[in-house]
Ligand binder design. Structure first.
Ligand SMILES: *Cc1c(COP(=O)(O)O)cnc(C)c1O
Length: 371
């Protein structure tokens, strides 16, 4: 699609998101919590939430309560959960907006209770258990007593219990299996006390594929829902589709004489008469200020030359005499037979694909297809 008002933009195919959610449901045979923290991994939280719910996701999961509140403002009415820390002062809003929250700390829970008592209404809780991630989570042996206490509080409703894997993406999932064992042990102890939290959940995208025994009642895919590989060792099956394309227009093309410095620091100097194009993207959009970047122009891999600036970059167009100002450039995605994936950019930038898409700045307009 050629749009007329933006010089650079993201295209998000919501049918790809829906397709991926359906694939995930088929694999897990459980409920799906679409993880849409960090603005839906850069894709746009609201649109992704809507698409995921349309495709049958029962939940949306976010990292922070602000993210959940923004979704409620946007009239996303499905089940919403905050997976990370929620400040006690936000508990009245969580109750009012029917947002489920994670709890992993007894002192915090007492503060939550005070706010809940002041507010009236019930706070929906998911207990987070430490099984090996070493991040947030209540020590396993404290969980039964905690849950018994929590179940006695009329202001609390125990909705779920969950944990999170540190190494589910690795080819040998021994560590993740140990985590499953620890989680199962906690569930067994609770069961012996007659406590069965309604929703047990653990699996991120990698565990969805590598650890069927971790599917429980609900899976929590993030990266796979966007059609991106959980890791180099955990590649998505073929029928998953990436949802995101990043495009820009060529904003200038000039012939530059030999010996002409290009961009800050003159790291690139023309060797002869060279055809140099400008594209209106830079590190202020989430592109990286590194050498050796490539983009697609007229279906051909084309070099970015000289320093990447905040808002602009230069490209070498000698091989493309037919290129003109206004032509579409693809930074991430497919053009003709060529493609640049988030994984390609991650490899080039020395980061992971998660960071590539989360790093796409808010100023990039998102254009949604197949709404
Ligand atoms: C981010 C996150 C997920 C999703 O992880 P992916 O690897 O993107 O599938 C699931 N659960 C929790 C608690 C998370 O923080």
């Amino acid at each position: 699609m050629q749009n007329e008002v933006y010089s650079t933009w993201l295209e998000v195919d919501l049918e790809a998101i829906r397709n991926n959610v359906r694939q995930i449901s088929k694999i897990s045979q459980t409920q799906v919590m679409a993880v849409i923290k960090a603005n839906g991994y850069g894709h746009g939280a609201e649109a992704v939430a809507r698409a995921a719910l349309q495709a049958g996701a029962a939940w949306c999961g976010v990292a922070r309560i602000e993210e959940a509140l923004a979704l409620r403002e946007a009239h996303i009415n499905g089940n919403l959960m905050v997976l990370g820390f929620t400040p006690p002062a936000c508990i009245p809003q969580a109750i009012e907006k029917h947002i489920s929250i994670a709890v992993y700390d007894w002192n915090m829970a007492r503060k939550y209770l005070q706010y809940a008592q002041k507010t009236g209404g019930q706070l929906k809780l998911h207990i987070k258990v430490e099984t090996g991630m070493g991040r947030l989570g209540m020590q396993a042996d404290e969980v039964p007593a905690f849950i018994q206490w929590a179940c006695r509080q009329p202001q609390f409703m125990l909705e779920g219990i969950f944990t999170h894997f540190a190494r589910a993406d690795e080819p040998h999932v021994t560590s993740a299996k140990d985590q499953v064992d620890r989680f199962n042990h906690v569930l067994a102890v609770l069961n012996a006390d007659g406590i069965c939290p309604p929703i047990k959940h653990a699996a991120n995208s990698a565990a969805l594929f590598n650890l069927p025994e971790a599917h429980y009642d609900l899976v929590r895919p993030g990266i796979a829902m966007y059609g991106l590989n959980p890791s180099a060792g955990t590649i998505l099956p073929d029928h998953f589709k990436p949802a995101l394309t990043w495009k820009a227009q060529i904003t200038s093309i000039r012939m530059m004489p030999p010996g002409h410095g290009i961009s800050y620091g003159h790291l690139y100097i023309t060797a002869k008469d060279e055809r140099i194009g400008v594209i209106p993207i830079g590190y202020g959009d989430g592109f990286r200020r590194l050498n050796g970047q490539k983009v697609l122009v007229h279906g051909q891999v084309t070099d970015v030359i000289g320093r990447v600036c905040m808002d602009q970059s230069m490209i070498q167009l000698d091989a493309l005499p037919e290129a003109v100002v206004g032509d579409e450039v693809v930074l991430l995605g497919r053009q003709g037979k060529q493609s640049i994936t988030a994984e390609d950019l991650a490899a080039r930038w020395g980061i992971v694909n998660y960071e590539v898409v989360c790093g796409l700045m808010d100023r990039l307009p998102r254009i949604y297809f197949n709404e």
